[in-house]
Design a protein around this ligand. Structure first.
Ligand code: UDX
Length: 461
């Protein structure tokens, strides 16, 4: 099938490359010419395990192309994915201006043949019909004489298209894996023709042909076909639920701290209840990244727009904000005054296996430590290596962990990178000013560290 993916950000690029890999002809469109050039040379602008290899394989077999010509992409694709960014506005509302520009551009270039337009970007509930309207506006801007045909409900080209909502559930750092091993595929829309085309597009994935464990007896991936608004809501509700689970266990952790219970044991104990499940119960510094903060705020905002105060979700956000500063309280417990002290952060990214610093707890922590007069140093396996520094002014980013520890009054584990379990903490303790460690993810071996003379503080642990 011929597929056009508009937007080569995180979601668009992974989707485009994976669809090319399973046998489709893909054209990826981006208005950033430098990015297009980089991609044409087989270089990925984002770090995502496995992506570069797939990208290069697809380029070699000529099944993926990159361009900044939206018109060419619209003409090329039978299925057109809108995968541009939907950032948050300062009030928590979703900024849909990029989706709007793309929808208008699609309308301006629609000519012959039936097309399915897929909303892959996380868009506010109700956007499916809105995108349809904007595309039609784009068509009318080009061919004003079609305005009457639209009012009459004509469905001939260039008016012959359907909009489908197909939210993504990809985790950064596992996006390629998640694409080939999804828990479900959600398709929202009222056109049977469009839904059938989408099922055909995803058939190799639904049949698990690219699954990590290609068990021929495994049942196909569940496909939920629903209406547009419900599909859009599923994305928000899924992320809000996961964020709620984390804020919940963080709240329990804070109570554990006070009563002397261990949240790691508590999470294990409740997670064994199949109604609760063990995942997303890791207490720590809270959630960050490009999705949870944005999507929870957007859902709160949508509820507000419809006259409903989402009290639980507001509390979920508040618990998360407070959690980031817990580390400061713990440092103050041990070091008392932070002014003039040197704090070393282990990890900067919002989670391991990504170079993403968006809404990372580390950023808030750095800001607060500076405000209190501490000197902050940091080491992150990817940030230190790639030299990415955006949002990291006033932080000394060290190139290795021993330089980081040198002269520190305390270390704080911010990101649970597996490498941090392999460190020779005995040697680290020797170069520190005093061996104190706040384990913001309950990730390290407490007993081993205490055996080496560390003062260890976990989160409810
Ligand atoms: C998330 C969703 O998982 C994904 O389905 C959606 O498409 C995009 O948003 P991602 O942002 O990549 O994916 O990160 P995820 O692995 O879900 O972690 C989110 C945050 O929660 C991270 O900051 C992580 O450190 C934190 N987290 C996660 C916890 O604090 N505890 C946990 O138990 C799990």
């Amino acid at each position: 099938m011929r597929v056009c993916v508009i937007g080569t950000g995180y979601v668009g690029l992974v989707t485009g490359v994976c669809l090319a890999h399973i046998g489709h002809d893909v054209m990826c469109i981006d208005n950033n010419i430098d990015k297009v050039k980089l991609l044409q040379q087989g270089e990925s602008p984002i770090y995502e395990p496995g992506l570069t290899e797939l990208l290069r394989g697809c380029i070699a077999s000529n099944c993926i192309h990159f361009s900044s010509d939206l018109g060419a992409g619209v003409e090329f694709g039978e299925v057109l994915f809108i995968a541009v960014g939907t950032p948050s506005l300062p009030n928590g509302e979703t900024d849909t201006r990029y989706v709007e520009a793309v929808a208008r551009g699609i309308g301006a270039h629609l000519h012959l043949g039936y097309k399915v337009i897929v909303n892959k970007s996380t868009v506010p509930i109700g956007s499916g019909d809105w995108v349809r309207m904007i595309i039609l506006d784009g068509v009318v801007e080009r061919e004003p004489e079609l305005a009457d045909a639209i009012k009459a409900g004509a469905t001939h080209p260039p008016l012959d298209f359907d909009v489908v909502s197909n939210p993504e559930f990809l985790r950064e750092g596992s996006a390629v894996y998640d694409t080939f091993n999804p828990d479900r595929i959600v398709l929202g829309g009222s056109s049977r023709k469009a839904i059938a085309l989408m099922q055909e597009l995803y058939a190799p994935i639904i049949e698990r042909k690219y699954a990590a464990d290609p068990n021929p007896n495994a049942p196909p991936v569940p496909v939920l076909v629903t209406d547009l608004s419900s599909a859009e809501m599923i994305k928000y509700a899924a992320n809000a639920f996961l964020a709620t689970k984390i804020s919940f266990i963080n709240e329990v952790a804070n109570i554990c701290d006070r009563v002397g219970a261990d949240v790691v044991q508590v999470a294990k104990g409740i997670g064994l209840d199949s109604r609760i499940g063990e995942k997303f119960l890791q207490a720590g510094l809270g959630w960050g990244g490009s999705c949870f903060p944005k999507d929870v705020s957007a859902l709160i905002h949508t509820a507000d727009d419809y006259g409903y105060e989402a009290q639980l979700l507001k509390a979920v956000v508040q618990v998360n904000q407070r959690q980031r500063f817990l580390v400061i309280e713990k440092l103050q417990q041990v070091l008392k005054i932070l002014k003039g002290k040197t704090i070393g952060l282990l990890g900067l990214t919002f989670k391991p296996n990504t170079d993403d610093l968006r809404d990372a707890p580390a950023l808030h922590l750095i800001e607060e430590l500076h405000r209190l007069g501490a000197k902050v140093k940091a080491y992150d396996p990817l940030v230190s290596q790639t030299g990415l520094r955006s949002g990291l002014s006033n932080v000394i980013v060290e190139t290795d962990l021993h330089h980081l520890a040198d002269g520190c009054d305390a270390l704080v584990l911010v990101t649970d990178w597996p490498q941090f379990r392999e460190v020779d903490y005995g040697a680290v303790a020797k170069v520190m000013h005093q061996p104190v460690i706040v384990d913001g993810r309950n990730f390290l071996d407490r007993k081993a560290l205490e055996g080496l003379g560390f003062r260890y503080l976990g989160i409810g642990h």
